[in-house]
Write a protein that binds this ligand. Structure first.
Ligand code: CA
Length: 232
């Protein structure tokens, strides 16, 4: 079951970045930059979640939120408001208007996707898988535990996020730069070699003895979670 998300955001860079990351999580994303179009789009079929920017040209996010709440089809759809404003009164106003959550720009992609997942899970647990499994490797996104062949592994927070990201998108090759962006966050400055160091630690933590290595080094490109790993 693929969760469908409507993204209402007029800033192209932000829209692109959010769309990319939501799709990487396996969600189906529809984008619009206008509140009017968002209201039209939700008339025919309601999405599973709406990400709504507060400041939109034309009708504001707050107004869109109010109207969505009045309509029967969208009254219960989880809404996350995005805003550059951080004042407490705005926050209260956003939540009073019927938004379920509120996130202030700039925010980290990890925080954003974590909130999306949390809201979706609350609304319908079937929409969000809490565990990733491949072969004898299992990662639980709720408890943050990782097991291999039933044995619990001790991973540092960065190694955990690295594994979660790669495992959530098996077969997809990520450059070091992309991994820095997704796992460390774009506001952090670290050298690309840092990625190699943490991949090394991750491998050490998950592979014991002759166990197959699920992480693939792609020369000149980066790293991927081996999509053949389940079969090994
Ligand atoms: Ca905006």
């Amino acid at each position: 079951m693929t969760a469908r998300i409507l993204l209402v955001e007029d800033e192209p860079d932000v829209a692109l970045m959010l769309r990319y990351n939501l799709e990487a999580e396996g969600f189906a994303v529809t984008c619009t930059e206008s509140g009017d179009e968002a209201l039209d789009l939700t008339r025919e079929s309601a999405p599973d979640l709406i990400v709504l920017d507060w400041m939109l040209p034309g009708i504001s996010g707050i107004e869109v939120c109010k109207r969505l709440r009045i309509r029967r089809e969208t009254a219960a759809v989880p809404i996350i408001m995005l805003t550059a404003r951080g004042q407490e009164e705005d926050r209260v106003r956003g939540l009073q208007t019927g938004a379920d959550d509120y996130i202030v720009k700039p925010f980290s992609v990890q925080e954003f996707t974590a909130r999306v997942r949390a809201l979706l899970r609350r609304a319908n647990p079937d929409l969000v898988s809490t565990a990733l499994r491949a072969g004898d490797l299992e990662l639980d996104r709720v408890s943050h535990r990782v097991r291999r062949a039933g044995r619990e592994l001790q991973l540092g927070p960065t190694e955990y996020r690295l594994l979660e990201h790669l495992m959530g998108n098996p077969g997809r090759v990520y450059s070091r730069e992309q991994l820095l962006d997704r796992v460390w966050g774009s506001d952090v400055y670290v050298d690309e070699r840092t990625v190699d160091v943490h991949v090394g630690r991750l491998r050490k933590a998950i592979n014991r003895g002759r166990q197959a290595d699920p992480i693939r080094t792609v020369r000149g490109a980066g790293y991927a979670f081996d999509e053949q790993f389940s079969a090994k």
